[in-house]
Design a protein around this ligand. Structure first.
Ligand SMILES: Cc1cc2nc3c(=O)[nH]c(=O)nc-3n(C[C@H](O)[C@H](O)[C@H](O)COP(=O)(O)OP(=O)(O)OC[C@H]3O[C@@H](n4cnc5c(N)ncnc54)[C@H](O)[C@@H]3O)c2cc1C
Length: 457
């Protein structure tokens, strides 16, 4: 009887899973293993919303395996020690896992390979599981990564795409293997009230429903804050409950400008990963320093606190930050304008905003979060680093009826239409609840402070 192990990490699914397929093909029995490694938490993973979503994903994975005659084996501890223990106890010959490209993941992979080889076993690492195009597969002449999105997207689009794999029909798991209790959502404290349900089943249903209902209008409707018709697939992609490769295939099969625009967005994931893979330091350091002199001190701290709480006095900024607190997710337009407001209007360090996002976002991801923050702050790959988004104009444009603001900022619910974006205008603040704050800073003053701090004048 031959045995192989599949180590699940950020790929919590059964469909389109090359390591699982290889393990099933290679051996009579397979151990589907997930390790809850405290080092992953220490590396910044352990936010309640992500832990709760992870619990859902693991429960769904286990249920899917059970329907195929198997089960998920869960261990808590150091990944390398736990995998080696399972390999020895099940006398497995090989371990299959997905490639991941963060510094943490690469170090883990190396340690695991060394430990397994020392024991006469083999580690197989499968590419294009967590990304569509693996980092480093396409590079521009003379550099190890693309620093500009459009040429990257052109090359990425021309890369051959593997066909998605069906989920295995049956998975035979050796008997007698011990498993720890998988984490449960109910045991996680501090979860956002409106957090989405995790798991592959929900992810696949959501992809299908979104492609048939909203894909066609995505090109024009993706910035509509109140309409809220983007796919909301980011957490499922982050945990690998959905394969990005399969999403690309299905969107291309659907066709049309909306589906094409969606594929372009999926490419951003790979773009950021190929940057972080070769420049791991940019998770915390400027990709391109602008020699900022970010504000510090008591007033800066107070502004940061007001921003986190969604009490800046700029309604659309506050609405988006309250959506984040309530759902553990924020619309992309909200992310752009709240990040611009923090870094350019309040002139506070992007790392502070990125930290707050990571503490709440269910899709919170080192590459996507830090590099999007850098993009908005102007220290990243954006070619217009000093562009400032005006929160009033943004509100009027992307929430023209004010419905998004009224949904999240009840203090302004009595203000009609787009007037909600300028609550300082009604005489005697009529219709504005007394505890809604005045703007933290006038926009012109904020802009001047930013230009001065960045040495633009
Ligand atoms: C400051 C800031 C921080 C962000 N932090 C994260 C993060 O931690 N994790 C994360 O997944 N996304 C992040 N994003 C990107 C983007 O906002 C979300 O991916 C998107 O809002 C998720 O919603 P959706 O699934 O409905 O997206 P859709 O519009 O339906 O897009 C489909 C998919 O494409 C990918 N995608 C779309 N836009 C981007 C982008 N700009 N960068 C990378 N991938 C993208 C996502 O996987 C998304 O699920 C951030 C953006 C900004 C401006």
């Amino acid at each position: 009887m031959t045995v192989s192990v599949v180590l699940f990490t950020s790929d919590l699914r059964l469909h389109d899973h090359p390591p699982l397929r290889a393990a099933v093909d290679a051996a009579d029995e397979v151990v589907p293993l997930f390790v809850r490694d405290p080092a992953v938490d220490r590396a910044g993973f352990a936010a309640p919303n992500r832990l709760a979503f992870l619990a859902d994903c693991l429960a769904d994975l286990d249920a899917g395996l059970r329907r195929r005659g198997g089960r998920l084996v869960v261990h808590a501890g150091d990944t390398v020690a736990e995998v080696c223990g399972v390999v020895r106890r099940s006398d497995a010959d090989e371990v299959h896992m997905a490639a991941d490209h963060s510094a943490f993941a690469r170090a883990r992979e190396e340690r695991l390979r060394d430990a397994l080889e020392a024991d006469g076993r083999r580690l197989y690492v499968h590419d294009a599981v967590t990304t569509v195009v693996p980092p480093g597969d396409v590079t521009p002449q003379g550099s190890d990564h693309f620093a500009v999105f459009t040429p990257y997207f052109r090359r990425w689009s021309g890369e051959p795409l593997r066909s998605p794999l069906a989920a295995p029909r049956a998975v035979r798991v050796p008997s007698g293997l011990r498993s720890d209790e998988p984490p449960s959502r109910a045991s996680v404290a501090g979860v956002s009230e409106g957090l989405a349900k995790g798991g592959e089943t929900t992810a696949r249903r959501r992809l299908g429903a979104w492609l048939s209902r909203h894909a066609d209008a995505y090109g024009t409707g993706h910035d509509d804050l109140a309409g809220d018709t983007t796919s909301r697939l980011s957490p499922y992609l982050h945990f690998g409950a959905l394969s990005a490769t399969e999403a690309v295939h299905r969107a291309r099969a659907r066709g049309g400008p909306g589906a094409e625009a969606f594929v372009r967005q999926l490419c951003w994931r790979d773009f950021h990963r190929q940057m972080l893979a070769v420049r791991p330091a940019i998770a915390t350091e400027d990709y391109r320093s602008r020699h900022d002199r970010w504000r510090r001190g008591a007033a800066a701290e107070a502004d940061l606190r007001a921003w986190r709480e969604g009490r800046t006095g700029y309604p659309v900024v506050d609405a988006a930050l309250r959506q984040l607190a309530h759902e553990g997710w924020m619309h992309n337009r909200g992310r752009l304008l709240t990040a611009s407001f923090l870094t350019k209007t309040l002139y506070l360090d992007w790392r502070e905003g990125a930290r707050h996002f990571l503490s709440l976002l269910v899709d919170g991801d080192l590459a996507n979060n830090q590099l999007n923050w850098q993009w908005v702050a102007g220290t990243g790959a954006d070619s217009r680093p000093n562009k400032v988004l005006n929160p009033v104009a943004q509100g009027r444009r992307y929430d023209p009826d004010g419905a998004y603001v009224r949904r999240w900022v009840p203090e302004l619910a009595a203000l009609p239409g787009a007037s909600v974006h300028e609550p300082w205008k009604p005489k005697d603040r009529e219709g504005v609840a007394r505890d809604y704050p005045e703007p933290l800073v006038a926009l012109a003053e904020g802009a001047a402070r930013f230009r001065h701090g960045r040495g633009l004048e």
